[in-house]
Ligand binder design. Structure first.
Ligand code: UGA
Length: 437
């Protein structure tokens, strides 16, 4: 099939590259000239494991193309995915749909034959209806159908998630769009991967409901971890025991410093706003948002407590700046709030992250944070070392070496990577989440 993807950010680029890898002919469009120039030379502007090779192979084999010419790409396509950003709107937390509607207007002018326009961006319920209205108004004679096909991929595992999804959700209002989208996903072997067709508004809500549910699941286990500390129980065993029930499942039950990233924080707020506007508030989601916000502050307090209540003029090493491993994304990362809170209390921070340094350096000045070259450099002369993101390279640190370089051997493990025995035998005092001594 001939597919155009409008917006070559995270979702657009991964989707475009994977669809090309299935054998479709794909053009990825972006209005950022520099980005397209780089992609034409197979230089991928984001870090995502496996994406460089996937993009390079599919360019070489002639299935993946990049352009700034939206009209040219759309006029040749049978299917156009809209994968532009939907950031939080300043002030009210609603999703900002400026880019979606701008793309729809441009697409409208370029439609030639019957075209299916598919929203892949995370958009509030009713956006598909509005996209349809925008296109109809801009081009009353166009033959088109608007569908919703939310994406469920995770940063750091995006290619595997796209190619081996648990399900594909498609919202359509007519059979033609249904047939076209079935053909788009046929290479996935639809006997194995369930493809679910529903109405457009319902598909839009499935995406928000999924992210909100996962955010609630994480928040639930985080609160239980605090309770474990009060009751002398072990959160990891509680999570294991819970997760063995098939109705609950073992995933997204890792207690930690609170969820971050470009999706859960923004999508939970947007869903809560939508529900309030519809006079049907989602109180569980509202509480989740509030609890997660508080959790970041409480994480900084834990570090301070581990330093005997004072961090002024002390040095704190921070391992991990990204919101999770295997990404260079630091958006809404708990590390940033923790660093800020430590700085506010007068601490000096030395931070190390395998991929997040560049993005972090744009937000934090070098007066605020020293960016270390490896975990041992981050720990140099430190009064405490804090693991905020569970990168694999932090899982088998040389504890003896850490002890030698640190001023005092205190490890605050906000991801429960280590255990008491191992760390205490190495001569450290150890602080973790939901596992009392
Ligand atoms: C999330 C969803 O998992 C994807 O399905 C969805 O497509 C995506 O948002 C999106 O809407 O685009 P992502 O934000 O990439 O994906 O990352 P997750 O792996 O879901 O992690 C989100 C946050 O939750 C991270 O800060 C992570 O550390 C935290 N988390 C996750 C926990 O604290 N505990 C867990 O058990 C799992």
């Amino acid at each position: 099939m001939r597919i155009a993807v409008v917006g070559s950010g995270y979702v657009g680029l991964v989707s475009g590259a994977c669809l090309a890898d299935f054998g479709h002919t794909v053009v990825c469009v972006d209005n950022d000239n520099e980005k397209i120039e780089a992609l034409l030379q197979a230089r991928v502007p984001i870090f995502e494991p496996g994406l460089d090779e996937l993009v390079a192979t599919n360019i070489r084999e002639g299935r993946l193309h990049f352009t700034t010419d939206l009209a040219g790409a759309v006029s040749n396509a049978e299917v156009v995915f809209i994968a532009v950003g939907t950031p939080s709107r300043h002030g009210d937390g609603h999703a900002d749909l400026t880019y979606v509607y701008a793309a729809a207007r441009e697409i409208a002018g370029a439609i030639k034959d019957f075209t299916v326009i598919v929203d892949k961006s995370t958009v509030p319920v009713g956006t598909g209806d509005e996209v349809e209205r925008v296109i109809r108004k801009a081009n009353p004679v166009a033959r088109f159908s608007v569908a919703s096909n939310p994406e469920f991929l995770r940063e750091g595992a995006a290619i595997a998630d796209f190619k081996h999804p648990d399900r594909i959700v498609v919202g359509v209002e007519d059979d033609m769009a249904k047939e076209v989208l079935t053909n788009v996903y046929r290479p996935l072997n639809l006997n194995r991967v369930p493809i679910m067709f529903t109405r457009r508004r319902t598909a839009e809500l499935v995406k928000y409901a999924s992210n909100a549910f996962l955010a609630m699941k994480i928040t639930f286990i985080n609160e239980l971890a605090d309770l474990c500390e009060s009751l002398d129980a072990d959160i990891q065993d509680v999570a294991l025991g819970l997760g063995l029930d098939n109705r609950i499942g073992p995933k997204f039950l890792h207690a930690g410093p609170g969820y971050g990233g470009s999706c859960f924080p923004k999508d939970t707020i947007a869903l809560a706003r939508t529900a309030q506007d519809a006079a049907t508030p989602l109180r569980l989601v509202e509480s989740t948002i509030a609890i997660n916000d508080q959790r970041r502050r409480s994480m900084a307090r834990r570090v301070i407590a581990a330093c005997d209540g004072v961090v002024r003029d002390k040095t704190i090493g921070v391992l991990g700046l990204t919101f999770k491993p295997n990404t260079d994304d630091i958006r809404e990362s708990p590390a940033l709030s923790i660093i800020q809170a430590l700085k506010d209390r007068g601490a000096k921070v030395r931070a190390y992250d395998p991929k997040g340094r560049e993005a972090a350096a744009e937000l934090l000045s070098s007066d605020d944070v020293y960016f270390a070259s490896d975990p041992y450099d981050a720990a140099a002369d430190a009064d405490a070392l804090v693991i905020v993101t569970e990168w694999d390279v932090f899982r088998a640190l040389d504890l003896r070496r850490l002890r030698e370089v640190m001023k005092s051997p205190v490890l605050v493990d906000l991801r429960n990577v280590y255990g008491y025995t191992q760390i205490e035998q190495a001569g450290f005092s150890y602080h973790c989440i939901g596992r009392p001594r």
